[in-house]
Design a protein around this ligand. Sequence first.
Ligand SMILES: Nc1nc2c(ncn2[C@@H]2O[C@H](COP(=O)(O)OP(=O)(O)O)[C@@H](O)[C@H]2O)c(=O)[nH]1
Ligand SMILES: [Mg+2]
Length: 267
Amino acid sequence: MRPKIRKKIRDIIRGTREGKAIPLFWPYKGKSSVRYRQLPTTATISSSSSPQADGAGLSTTNMVSPPRCCCNHNKDSSDLVSLKISLLGDCQIGKTTFLTAYAGREKGLEEFATTGINQVDKTLCVKGAHISYSIWEVGGNVSTVDNISAACKDSVALLFMFDLTSRCTLNNVIPWFQQARKWNQTAIPVIIGTKFDDFVQLPIDLQWTIASQARSYAKALNATLFFSSATYNINVNKIFKFITAKLFNLPWNLERNLTVGEPTIDF
Ligand SMILES: Nc1nc2c(ncn2[C@@H]2O[C@H](COP(=O)(O)OP(=O)(O)O)[C@@H](O)[C@H]2O)c(=O)[nH]1
Ligand SMILES: [Mg+2]
């Protein structure tokens, strides 16, 4: 990676981590080292069983606390709130990397290959209460109705992911959304464009085109849109913070970012 690009990624990361508005425009000039990718499209998903609606009716007025733990771990688990969140999208778009960046260790790959579902738990403390996220990843290349329904049922949020450097994965957000909604009509929908670090190296007009399409999809599906990079930890924690704040009606404002060359946040 060129030193200039590395520096700009560092600037973005610094700005994003500190939660500041990023004062930088990213007019990437010169020849791009990143090519727009053609990834294999998702295996066709056939639907046969009858869908069920599901959701969660949670509300509280606490504020999301900083990552530092504030809980009494000797307490029993009666104050534990479990939240199931599902990641859906084509294969090779960065779901496992995103999951691992947020929650750490993943289950054995062998198990994932067999079941087509990767599930990781992460417990947070919010003002003394334990919140346990159970995050489910549906593997794009081995998706069956059974594992899509298993992941989507009871989820409080559905994260539809695509690779910002692969247009077909963005197009496939629509069929993923349609499949998931058969099993869960109430979960918070979030669209996540992954690999933002690669995306910002594409020509600016291409970035603009992809960002516009992603924003139209998000609007049409009534979803919140985030561009993220798991590799550089851009907008990973923020997505889970957004979901938590929305579920519990917490006083936390998400800032919209529509500047081309910066990690988009739109709602
Ligand atoms: N540049 C870049 N590559 C990424 C990022 N996230 C994942 N990748 C790469 O994308 C490929 C597929 O990632 P993986 O998490 O296995 O995708 P999955 O099949 O959707 O779970 C791997 O080579 C990752 O290293 C990212 O944020 N930036
Ligand atoms: Mg994976």
